[in-house]
Structure formats: C-alpha cells, structure tokens
Design a protein around this ligand. Structure first.
Ligand code: ADP
Ligand code: MG
Length: 494
C-alpha cells in the first residue's frame, strides 16, 4: 500500500448544542478515490471543513504529507495541497471564465497593471489539464452547473494539489455530466491525486470509489473497501435502520386491463411496443439510457406523442396527443427530473400539492374553498408522511425524498387510475426511497395501475410484478419479477 497522504485522528467538533463530530478518524492514500457518505446532518461537511482548516477541531489531530497538525490553517491546507470544491463552487458569476481562473495569481497579487496576455495563458493551461473546452471570455454566471464545476476543478488544479475534496458534486448534474465528472476523477487518480467525494447515492459510491467512510450522527460507523460493501450494509450504516425488503405481491389485480399499448412507436425512438396494464399491477420498464425507455414514458403521457400503433384506456382507443388528454383519462406522470419539471421550488409545499386540482377546490362561483384546500393538504402530508413543520414552507426547504413525496401527492390528489413514474427515487436518500417504495406498493393494493420506468434494477425487482426490458427501441423481454434477477435483466439489456 502507498504511504498515507492524510490521516485525521480522533476528531471532535461541537457547535452550540450539537456534537457534529465525535472521535472521527479517517485516512486517505495518494491516488485513492474515497467516498464520504452519511445522511443529512451526519457531519460530512464539518469533517471536510476540519480537514481544510475552515474549522479547528475541539480535539484530535491531523497528519498530511508526513506533517502533523493540531490545527491546520486554510493557508497551510492549500499550500500543502488540499483543495475543496464546495457545492456553490465559490466562483464569481460576474467575472469571465478567464478572470475566475486567473483571479488568484493575477488580481490577488494586487498588480497595478493586469497582464491580459498572461491571464489568458494561465486560464488556457488550467482548462487544458482536464481537456475542458469553454469560451474563456464567457461570463461564468451564464454557464451550466457542470461547466462551473469544471472551472472549479481546473482552478483547484492550478495549485500543487494532492487531495481534492468535492462536497456532493453530483447533486445538480445530469447523468451524462456525472459520467464526464467520473472520467475526470479517474484521470486525476492516474496522476496520483486523491479524491474525497461526498455522496449519499449508493450507485455512485459503488461505481467510483475504492474506499468508503460512513458517518452517522457525527460518529464513524464504518470505513473500508467498497468491494466489501453491498447495498444492505450501506443502507444499514447510513440509517441505522434494517430494511426488510418488501417484495411486491400484487393482490387486487383487475381482470380487464385498464391500459393497453398495441404496437406503439415513435420514429427513431421505439417501435412495436405492446403491453397490458391492470389495476393493482406495477409494471417496470427498464433498459439502458438510449433504449427508448424515456421516450416511451413521455409518449404515454402525451409529452411526445406516438406516431404509430394504438393506446386503449378501459378498452377504448384514446389518442394521447398531449398531457391534457392523458390527464382527462386519469393518467398521471411523475417526471424523472422533479426539480425542473415536477415542482415549483420557491412556492409552498401546500400550493405544490393542490396546484393541479385547484379547479376542483373552487365553489360554483369560482372562489377557492379554503377549508377543503387545507383538508386536502393535511390529508396528503399525512398519507405520504411528508416531513415538514409547516406545509406553508417553501418546497425547497424539503429534502429530496420529501420533495418527491410532494410530487406524488400532487398527482394523487387528482384521483388517477394510472400513474407513470420515471425514475421515482433518483436522488432520494435511502430511508425515503424505502418509504416511497412502500407508498407505491400500497397505491397498487388500493387499485391504482402503476408503471415505473427505472434503471435501478433492485428497485424494479422489488416493486414490480412484471418487468419489461427495452433495448434499441424494442421490448426484448417480459419477465415475471418474482422469478427474475439482476443478471437475467442485464443479459437482455446489454
Ligand atoms: N456552523 C454551524 N453552526 C452550528 N451547527 C452546525 C454548523 N455546521 C453544522 N452544524 C450542525 O452540525 C451537524 C452536522 O452538520 P454537517 O457537517 O453540515 O452535516 P452533513 O454535511 O453531513 O449534512 C448538523 O446537526 C448541523 O446542523
Ligand atoms: Mg453537507
């Protein structure tokens, strides 16, 4: 094993009324990709801040690059090669890419005359290190989150960096951007740079990290090789809760299908897709990203209509040409990206829940029935166990898992027959994920017909009665979930 790069030993840190870290020890080697996980409030950010000198620990010490520090200062940390990329990236939106990158070396030197040529050279070299291409004269505020992150990484690499710490770097990224970030992380590793990566997303931890450390309520609960971890252990370490898997057993399946797809297709996306969906059933649709699963989901809700085949609702053909038609036929759709498509984050939780049923809450002359409105809100907050002190708070005050419940509530308030969910637990913490699965199973028992589009195989295996596997736009397998497993599904997907 390579000689350790960083060792933090018996770190304690408290804030008024909170013991944020209790005797936490932590080690990372050069070139190691290490995931730091834990639920919200478990102490991850505090540990990062201790390591980077933002907070001094109440007790404990740190060794970095062979040197011992009782308290490392932020300047020591940077000079010895520790760089932190915070969630806000600490960049200046009103400056250009070039100015952001060259800021430290040029502007901070208080040179009277800014040497633009030198700045351009510094910036060009910085982005070249990670093969990142961007207009150096663009205002950083106009760039995407992923681009801002690349600038923050480029900037971190301008120093003699040995350890890069990233606090939840994938939160606001698309899957493709996550992939790109992971490729860059692997390249940094090749150069011997250690990466400490904060995440509570199971699939990311398994995919990218070699070592893991899990905190719970400020305490170290487990650390070791990711190879020795499995999803059950991970969930237990994260939450301290044992989840017994409740595999879905359909109970009240209707005799007649409520929804039928007969040879439907959309040019260059999918073709000849047929299936029947009954009340009480949960059907899973899985496949790789380009398998056509997303387009299929969008077409069933009329966002991108089909161009051949037929859809039948209760045995009658319906042309779902837009979401309004879908909703008239009691079909709802929970989008994959709840943050951009499903919720108004700055509006209250309450308004988000009743927004789609607002017409039915008005009396004959069109005035909102406040009593019914609050009854509805109270009902859904209770039924879906939305964890909030007050439903009038803005939606953005909720955790991802609770936001997802608000999206569900919004649809369920419409008394639907059919609910299509695209990636229902993407970006949701483990405890909430488990609870949402319980809610979906209960809805099926109560007679809803559900269709879950997901590439999370354990999710479809545990929560669906049947699984349709898509590949290159077609359904290549129709499996009984109870008799299937991940290997079988993967063999059809690939
Ligand atoms: N500056 C602070 N002042 C007071 N309490 C804090 C401060 N920073 C964090 N905490 C508390 O310490 C605990 C750990 O927080 P944090 O390290 O941010 O957790 P995580 O990053 O895992 O979500 C939480 O209870 C949080 O409220
Ligand atoms: Mg944090």
């Amino acid at each position: 094993m390579a000689e350790g790069l960083l060792r933090a030993v018996d770190i304690y840190k408290s804030f008024v009324g909170v013991q944020a870290l209790k005797k936490v020890s932590f080690e990372i080697n050069p070139g190691e990709i290490h995931c730091l996980a834990g639920e919200n409030g478990s102490g991850k950010s505090t540990l990062i801040k201790v390591i980077s000198g933002v907070y001094s620990p109440d007790s404990g010490y740190m060794e970095f690059g062979g040197k011992r520090y009782e308290k490392i200062t932020p300047i020591d940390a940077i000079q010895s090669g520790i760089q932190v990329i915070y969630q806000d990236f600490s960049i200046f939106p009103n400056l250009t890419v070039m100015e952001n990158l060259a800021f430290n070396s040029e502007l901070a030197d208080r040179r009277k005359i800014v040497n633009w040529k030198r700045m351009r050279k510094i910036a060009t070299d910085a982005i070249a290190k990670i093969n990142f291409k961007v207009d150096l004269d663009a205002m950083v505020g106009t760039l995407t989150v992923a681009e801002k992150q690349m600038i923050a990484i480029s900037r971190a690499l301008m120093f003699n960096t040995k350890l890069i710490i990233m606090d939840e770097p994938t939160t606001a990224l698309t899957k493709r951007e996550v992939r790109n970030l992971f490729n860059i992380i692997l390249k940094l590793k090749e150069r011997g740079i250690a990466i400490l990566f904060v995440s509570h997303k199971l699939n990311e931890v398994f995919e990218i990290s070699e070592k893991f450390t899990i905190l719970r309520s400020g305490e170290l609960v487990a650390t070791g090789s990711t190879a020795d971890l499995d999803s059950e252990k991970f969930s237990f370490f994260m939450t301290g809760r044992e989840f017994q898997k409740k595999t879905f057993v359909p109970l009240n399946v209707s005799k007649e299908p409520i929804f039928q797809a007969k040879g439907i297709g959309m040019k260059s996306a999918f073709h000849d897709v047929s299936f029947d969906l009954r009340r009480g059933e949960i059907i899973g649709i899985t496949g790789l990203l380009d398998s056509g699963r997303t387009e299929l989901a969008l077409s069933l809700f009329g966002i991108r209509p089909i161009d051949h085949g037929a859809v039948l609702v209760n045995g009658e053909e319906v042309k779902i040409i837009n979401p309004q038609v879908a909703m008239q036929h009691k079909i709802g759709y929970v989008p994959e990206d709840r943050l951009s498509e499903g919720l108004f984050l700055t509006q209250s939780i309450a308004d988000n829940i009743v927004i789609s049923e607002i017409d039915s809450l008005a009396n004959k002359i069109g005035i909102l029935d406040h009593k019914r409105r609050s009854e509805e809100i109270e009902r859904w907050v209770r039924e879906l166990a939305i964890s909030t002190p007050n439903p009038d708070n803005a939606c953005q005050t909720l955790s991802g898992g609770n936001q997802q419940r608000v999206v569900l509530a919004k649809w369920l308030a419409l008394n639907l027959d059919i609910l299509i969910l695209n990636g229902p637990t993407v970006g949701v913490d483990i405890g909430s994920k488990h609870d949402i699965h319980g809610i979906l199973q209960k809805l099926a028992e109560e007679g809803l017909a559900l269709l879950i589009i997901s590439d999370d195989l354990p999710e479809v295996l545990e929560n669906c009665s049947r699984i349709l596997v898509m590949k290159s736009g077609s359904i290549v397998a129709d499996l009984d979930a109870a008799k299937s497993d991940e290997k079988t599904i993967l063999s059809y997907m690939m």
